[in-house]
Design a protein around this ligand. Structure first.
Ligand SMILES: *Cc1c(COP(=O)(O)O)cnc(C)c1O
Length: 406
């Protein structure tokens, strides 16, 4: 690589071109995103540092207003990370020991962790094999089971917008209404996605998101936010996020957390949000279309399944995830791709109900066979708004070769 570059140095302008072609592929290229937006991000960070305010301040308030208006809700309360965002919502609702909260079995650990953290019981529910999201009929069966067969009190559902696709909210809202359950949307991967004109973050009674760097909208550290239309809940969320504060700072009226978004992270997000809205969401959707087009024939021949986006839905494409046929060895395909410099990820290798941490503290009435199968067959490909058409072509070609050789 070094030798190749030094030969090309004589050729001047070809260096960058070759370097780009040869740069190793990133699973999500945050470095390229920074390079493209460096001026506005650097300026925002500098402004924030020289302002002398490092916690709270106008940057955080302005960001909250911009986020609330983008999502289309009355209130946005920022906090330290997406996990806290979920937990703050459950604390606001006073959910605790003896309560049941329904969570998809196929998600990141946090979605269920927060339920156990506040002493309630997570009930794991199977997913739809095409959308990867919580299956409404499995949810209904799980609710009925908890009500008939346990002493737990069914309180809330946490649908997850997995890989960036909103869950089936029309069906879920209907179920929550019928069974009188609260809905907490886990939009950590779905920020920016929509059903029609309705944006992720606004589908639940409360919505939570994460600004972890690799999420659709990420900062340069940890960050999160909670969304709601309810004034009272918004006030409670703010209190729980700052040590259960009352009307004054040293008046503590409830046991809360220390969960704030740093000013510098708010500045980074304020610089990134306009680009996210005007460019990145469209760009990543284009990349997804290129993948789906490029993989069409391979899919027909080999039986791999490509992501499915229901009519009227848009995805924020946190991941582009395919399903391998069960006859293929997920590990082997992933290893072959890695050898060819194509990084892939398995989100997630283990169903929630099989996690050691939940042993004896969760229920999984159906056993969640769909989740168990998908844990063995999913594969997330490199993704992001700054991928190029030739990156996509390379991934498609290498995937085809890896499958042929498996
Ligand atoms: C990332 C993620 C979270 C947690 O967000 P953090 O900011 O990392 O705490 C929660 N739920 C899902 C589905 C996630 O992907």
């Amino acid at each position: 690589m070094v030798i190749i570059l030094s030969i090309h140095q004589a050729a001047g302008t070809h260096i960058i071109h070759d370097e780009q072609k040869r740069r190793s592929m990133e699973f999500r290229d945050l470095g390229e995103q920074y390079k493209r937006n460096q001026r506005s991000i650097d300026a925002a960070i500098k402004r924030s540092v020289s302002s002398g305010r490092y916690i709270g301040g106008p940057e955080v308030r302005e960001l909250e207003e911009a986020l609330a208006s983008y999502v289309g809700v009355e209130h946005c309360v920022t906090c330290a990370n997406g996990t806290d965002a979920l937990q703050l919502a459950l604390m606001t609702w006073g959910i605790g020991p003896g309560d049941a909260v329904f969570v998809p079995d196929f998600t990141f650990f946090s979605s269920g962790e927060v339920v156990s953290a506040i002493g309630a019981t997570p009930i794991f529910v199977d997913i739809d094999p095409r959308t990867f999201n919580i299956d409404p009929s499995s949810l209904e069966a799980a609710i009925t089971y908890v009500m008939k067969e346990t002493k737990l009190s069914a309180q809330a559902v946490i649908p997850v917008d997995l890989y960036g696709l909103p869950a089936d909210y029309p069906a879920l809202q209907d179920i929550c209404k019928r069974f009188d359950l609260l809905m907490l949307e886990d939009a950590a991967q779905g920020f920016g996605s929509a059903i029609g004109k309705d944006k992720a973050g606004a589908f639940g009674d409360i919505g939570a998101t994460s600004f972890f760097p690799a999420k659709p909208l990420g900062c340069y550290g940890d960050g999160g936010a909670v969304f709601t239309d309810d004034d009272e809940w918004a006030a409670l969320l703010r209190s729980f996020a700052v040590h259960g504060k009352g009307s004054e700072k040293y008046d503590n009226v409830r046991i809360g957390m220390n969960s704030r978004l740093d000013t510098i992270q708010a500045a980074v997000l304020s610089a990134k949000l306009p680009v996210f809205m005007s460019h990145e969401l469209d760009a990543v959707d284009q990349i997804a279309k290129l993948y789906s087009h490029g993989l069409q024939d391979i899919a027909k021949k080999t039986g791999i399944l490509l992501p499915f986006i229901p009519d009227g839905y848009s995805s924020a494409w946190a991941q582009y995830t395919i399903q391998l046929p069960e006859t293929l060895d997920q590990d082997a395909v992933q290893r072959t791709l890695a050898e060819r410099d194509i990084p892939t990820m398995v989100y997630y290798p283990k169903p929630m109900h099989e996690q050691t941490a939940f042993e004896g503290r969760c229920l999984c009435p159906s056993g969640c066979p769909v989740t168990s199968r998908l844990c063995q067959t999913v594969l997330s490909l490199p993704m992001g708004p700054y991928m190029t058409e030739s990156d996509v072509e390379r991934v498609c070609a290498e995937l085809q070769a890896a499958i042929a050789n498996s």
